[in-house]
Design a protein around this ligand. Sequence first.
Ligand code: PLP
Length: 386
Amino acid sequence: MEIRFSKRAESFQPNIFNILNEKRAALEESGRKVYNMFVGTPDFPPSQHVIEAVCRASENPENYKYSLGDTDELQNAVIDWYKNRYDVELQRDEILSLAGSQEGFAHIALALCDPSDIVLVPNPGYPVFEAGPFLNDAEIVYYELDENNHYAPALDKIPEETAKKAKMMVVSYPLNPTCTCIERKDYEQIIEFAKKYNIIIVHDNAYSEIEYDGRKGFSFLSIPGAKEVGIEFNSLSKTYNLTGLRISFALGNAQIIQKFKTVRSQFDYGTSFIVQKAAVAALNGPQECVKNQCMEYQKRRDALCGGLSRLGWNVPFSEGTMFVWAPVPEGFTSSDEFCMQLLENTGVLCTPGSAFGSKGEGYVRFALVLPVEQIEEAVRAVGEWL
Ligand SMILES: Cc1ncc(COP(=O)(O)O)c(C=O)c1O
């Protein structure tokens, strides 16, 4: 039988990721050292108290049933955490747990957009910002982020006609992949823009706990008016090293959260009780580990950005996120080609900027998922080649 897939499915083709991954496997098999800075999965373990909470919860047979929603205990933990950490007051109907922000982005447009509704998406930006609305048949319109404007949204460059038609806008800082932050006043302008054109803002706050050089991350919801115009996704993946557990939250405007909850209830019976217990332990537990980890990321950033810059490869010091965004050195035609040559010649594996949109071309992204000594080794390997 001939299996014919949807046009949507056919648009996702094997790409440079697969090719680089095959190359990595071949190099490792041949005994070559590979410095894998490709995927943003932290190499740090979760805290022991979180692991213990999972173990305890897994022994209770009741915890294997459908949860059908978030427990009071989980909602309380989120409410307390948002209050203590960001000084944001949340109500229960403003909170919804998700199987990761990736899943949240894949589905949010189902609640907000009809086919062909315009969604404003940053370019460069994290791929699911675009893939989610695309999967839901929305029309993607990019707003370009420029290095010369510190990768902040240039709202005045969005044509009035587009703004009038837009239904939703994705915003995210510290931004993966550019590793830059914006100021509270920038968010005030975004909220003003959203009100003027009736656009729902979906803010992704995956990295508020990984900001450097004394910066303190904050929540979009702490900006006056934010809850009127939108929601925020906040993930426990990077903050607490729980990427595989799949737990994050949609928070903010109660109407949006409740509609999203109804939509999600068509395909999800609630976050596992075991995962909810892990989240409670992480949110209510000691927070020193989060700060210490951020300091460790900063040392890694210094080792990579400082090391490469000393080689003459001018790499900006990231302001936040667990990544480094580096311009492709002169003499290479594309980020794909550079990544392949870097891997073959040095064993260093990073992600081509082209994966983050057309404006990502000309850059590569390194994930800071190796200890300082290995990053230093990787820099030496680059130095011997470049
Ligand atoms: C900006 C951004 N948003 C969302 C995600 C996905 O997070 P989660 O693990 O909660 O799905 C990532 C993961 O790398 C990310 O970088």
